[in-house]
Design a protein around this ligand. Structure first.
Ligand code: PMP
Length: 304
């Protein structure tokens, strides 16, 4: 489970400000309708702690723009300003012993019902342990992912996470820290904060975005890593029962990284995870800049 601190600084209204100064008015659509779009980005120290790199920043910005455009929210910054703002905040907050997870949000601070919409870029960054995630137990939720015609899952907006919150509360009661959400066809969509990767007969399988998952950057990274190390990768619909008989299961997400799944509902999965181990190892070496990979592009934060 993510541990979020209360850092000293945030980026708000165009510059770095103290945490307590970052306040939204109760009348804004950001508050009344939960109207925002956001991204979660991860930054890693290289192996010897000399350089800090944020993964796939251009792709995160592009997805932020896509989410914003789908909700008719004008994006108030260009890529260069976005990158500079992220670097500025990280540089203020980073410390050698921790990696960081950053939330980059556009909150709607003016306008109503799509008229006169103005958004503000808000950045917060949190320290994260450097260790890779340990295996977890998960369940399949009774809650459903909304369909594209109801609340499009490809829009990364807070309102899309209300059902995820319900699923996590449900899961906690059953002893699970993550939950799989099925789609309107009773097939696998994704987990509440990550995508699902399944290995069967040596092949990595994940549902396509049209099954109701976010257009995940980590899934793209896994696809490209698989291509480079000779592992088959396929996007196709997945039935719930396939998860129970999988050779390996893993979460895939910026924050979840490639969390191994040890058990799903009442089904224990095999302890050996040779396919995902190879992918994890390759991802890890790229994120730590030990062995760079074109799929794991790093935006390097210059020194203080
Ligand atoms: N699905 C959901 C619902 C998520 O919140 C996330 C995390 N952003 C993902 C999938 C994985 O996306 P990404 O790999 O781009 O972080």
């Amino acid at each position: 489970m993510i541990q979020l601190q209360k850092p000293d600084w945030v980026y708000f209204e165009g510059r770095i400000r103290k945490w307590d100064e970052a306040r939204l008015h109760i009348s804004t659509e950001a508050v009344t309708r939960g109207l925002n779009v956001y991204e979660g980005l991860k930054g890693y120290w290289n192996e010897n702690g000399t350089e800090f790199g944020i993964v796939a920043m251009p792709r995160h910005f592009a997805r932020l723009q896509r989410s914003a455009s789908l909700l008719h929210i004008p994006c108030p910054v260009e890529y260069g300003q976005f990158e500079q703002a992220c670097h500025e905040l990280v540089r203020l907050l980073y410390k050698p012993e921790s990696d960081m997870w950053m939330r980059a949000a556009l909150y709607v601070v003016e306008g109503h019902w799509g008229e006169g919409t103005v958004a503000d870029l808000v950045l917060t960054a949190y320290h994260q342990p450097k260790e890779p995630p340990r295996p977890i137990d998960i369940g399949v939720s009774t809650w459903r992912r909304a369909s594209d015609a109801a609340l499009p899952p490809r829009i990364k907006t807070s309102t899309n996470y209300q059902v995820a919150r319900l699923a996590r509360i449900e899961g906690r009661g059953r002893g699970y820290s993550e939950m799989v959400l099925l789609n309107q066809y009773d097939r696998v969509a994704e987990a509440t904060g990550a995508c699902v990767l399944m290995v069967r007969d040596g092949l990595v399988v994940t549902p396509p975005a049209s099954e109701g998952r976010l257009e995940s950057i980590t899934v793209e990274i896994v696809r490209d890593i698989c291509a480079s190390i000779g592992i088959g990768f396929l996007e196709r619909p997945i039935d719930r029962t396939e998860l129970y008989v999988a050779d390996e299961l893993s979460l895939a997400g910026t924050l979840a990284e490639l969390t191994p799944i040890h058990r799903i509902d009442e089904y224990l999965l095999p302890e050996n995870t040779p396919v995902m181990n190879r992918i994890r190892d390759r991802f890890w070496r790229a994120a730590r800049a030990i062995d760079c990979h074109s799929a794991v592009d790093l935006s390097i934060v210059s020194k203080k």
